[in-house]
Write a protein that binds this ligand. Structure first.
Ligand code: C2E
Ligand code: CA
Ligand code: CA
Length: 407
């Protein structure tokens, strides 16, 4: 038994693990020195190496529960940090699928090599490495996700992405105050792919950064073109979605400034939409980055507000000026009293903290009326308009009737 504590101490001469025993832990040596011994039936144990502080031993135990391939003995008093197979697989599961699969494959190949050179003295009892590797790929949907990620990258390069713009409406007078830019990808053979599918993959693999750079440039320029076509420049805003990867990129704020300048709009006309999750994960210097944006005049909206996190303290910590009430609350406004109370509290909170409120996913007249009644400023949703390509936005807004709220 190797015990279950994360921190383990061994005395000089102790056997830390024995060849042939089942292993559940790998160890990082914090202090001390160990020797690695291979035992053969017909000869004395043979030292094949030593390991000191900062190295890892018994790492195969985090792949499977096959027997230890060597004995490890402390040459000095040692302090070790134990990593269990469960802990490792937990960490692996929460990592990028490509990292997951490559790590598992490397470890499996290592095990396979060990078996082949017959250090074990017998062929062992392991399934073929190829079968195990296929299993890893199947478990994590890695093939599909790498395929989509690669094709998405090509789509950015080929200009196959498009933005659609959904109007955001002032509930006090029914006029359009701005738009949310939503990404659309029409795949050459697969057709329309929902952002609900490609955005999470693009985020996990980091490709989202390229897409976001393109999106913000395109959205700023489109706002200028839309306003010019409608003859009311400088009044409407454009809200663009960002992920935590975007925030971690060097020169993020300069990129925004460039998009604003080249697009020919004012910084006050750009709003960044970020989720609570992004702020809680706190990419390095998120606060500083947001502060810099606010100093430029760029707006910061919390997307899907109310779905991600129970503590509200971050609202004080980060320089936020808009809350977007998640569509799940709007959807259940008439279904349960709790949702109504919750939306009322969000609106109250917003007023107290001087934040603007946008309700998302308004689908009918009743929801629009109720939201207006309880003091919500602005809303977007299919009831007012769906996300549309630029030319359709211009056409729709040229004949926009601000009568949806009096209807
Ligand atoms: P989101 O940011 O919450 O965007 C709102 C989603 O609600 C959009 O879905 C929009 O089409 C949909 N919607 C708007 N009004 C209504 C309504 O009345 N009823 C219902 N049922 N839905 C409505 P979409 O376009 O499929 O986008 C899904 C998600 O993908 C977005 O959710 C956002 O998280 C992400 N996304 C889209 N474009 C981008 C982008 O350019 N960058 C990033 N990072 N994420 C994006
Ligand atoms: Ca959004
Ligand atoms: Ca949202």
């Amino acid at each position: 038994m190797e015990g279950s504590k994360a921190q383990r101490d061994f005395k000089a001469g102790d056997i830390i693990m024995r060849q042939g025993d089942k292993g559940d832990y790998a160890y990082i040596i914090e202090e001390g020195l160990v020797e690695i011994l291979i035992e053969r039936p017909d000869s004395a144990p043979q030292q094949v190496g030593t390991r000191g502080a900062g190295t890892i031993i018994g790492e195969m135990a985090i792949v499977d529960d096959a027997p230890r391939t060597a004995t490890v003995k402390a040459l000095e008093d040692c302090k070790m940090l134990a990593i269990s197979r469960d802990d490792f697989s937990q960490r692996l599961k929460s990592s990028d699928p490509v990292i997951q699969m490559i790590s598992q494959v490397i470890l499996t190949r290592y095990r396979d090599t060990l078996t082949r050179v017959e250090i074990l003295g017998s062929s062992g009892n392991h399934p073929p490495a190829e079968a195990i590797e296929r299993g890893y790929a199947a478990q994590s949907d890695v093939v599909e996700s790498v395929k989509i990620a690669n094709e998405f990258k090509t789509a950015i390069e080929n200009g196959d992405l498009e933005l659609h713009y959904q109007p955001i409406v002032d509930l006090s007078n029914g006029r359009v105050k701005g738009f949310e830019a939503l990404m659309r990808w029409t795949h050459a053979t697969e057709g329309f792919i929902s952002p609900g599918i490609f955005i999470p993959i693009a985020e996990k693999s980091g490709i989202i950064v390229e897409a976001s750079k393109w999106a913000v440039k395109e959205a700023c320029a489109a706002l200028n073109r839309i306003e010019t076509a409608l003859g009311n420049t400088g009044e409407m805003y454009m809200s663009v979605n960002f992920s935590s990867h975007d925030f971690a990129t060097h020169g993020f704020v300069d990129g925004l400034k460039g998009a604003i300048k080249n697009g020919g709009i004012r910084p006050e006309q750009l709003i960044l939409e970020i989720t609570e999750r992004l702020l809680i994960q706190q990419p390095d210097n998120a606060k500083e980055t947001l502060q810099k944006c606010r100093e430029q005049g760029i707006g910061i909206a919390i997307d899907d507000f109310g779905t991600g996190y129970s503590s509200l303290s971050y609202l004080y910590y980060f320089p936020i000026n808009i809350l977007k009430v998640d569509q799940s609350f709007v959807r259940s406004l008439f279904l349960d009293d709790k949702s109504l109370e919750l939306v009322k509290s969000i609106i109250g909170l917003g007023k107290n903290m001087d934040l603007r409120i946008i309700a998302e996913g308004v689908e009918n007249r009743e929801e629009a009326h109720l939201l207006t009644e309880i003091g919500c400023d602005t809303a977007q949703g299919y009831y007012f308009a769906r996300p549309m390509p630029e030319d359709q936005v211009i056409e729709t807004l040229s004949s926009w009737k601000a009568d949806k709220l009096t209807a």
